[in-house]
Design a protein around this ligand. Sequence first.
Ligand SMILES: [Zn+2]
Length: 148
Amino acid sequence: MRLNRLPTRSNLLSRGINTTDPSCPWCHSTVETGQHILVDCRTSKEVFAHVAAWASDIGFPASPNVIDDFLVHQPHPNRSKAKEVWDSISRALLWSLWCYRNELVFEGKVKTTMELVEVKRTAFMWSKIRSKNLKNVDWDKWMINPML
Ligand SMILES: [Zn+2]
């Protein structure tokens, strides 16, 4: 994922595309950047914290400082179940945050905190499809702890 290519409001402005409001659509406290919308915003921090508590067995970070570091940080060896869980969850988390943002910007949908953790379901489905070690993962166990 190339964060500087995300069509955030700050990137649209820098490309000469006028946006009526360049601020973060969730908190309106600062200009919307990839770093802000995916890590620094209060909303993304809530989602990260929730996912980190659920995925604590793989050391998932509750509050990464820099999104680019989070994207390249891979604490688990190749071919391990933990690596596949990490990959699925990190991708599903960032994808979900971007989708939540777009649903608010383009459709006016405001998600509740409970809805924001749909990331677990997305990561589950991606794991079943893409991961060798996770093809037979059980839904009920996954929702409790993705390493069970
Ligand atoms: Zn914000």
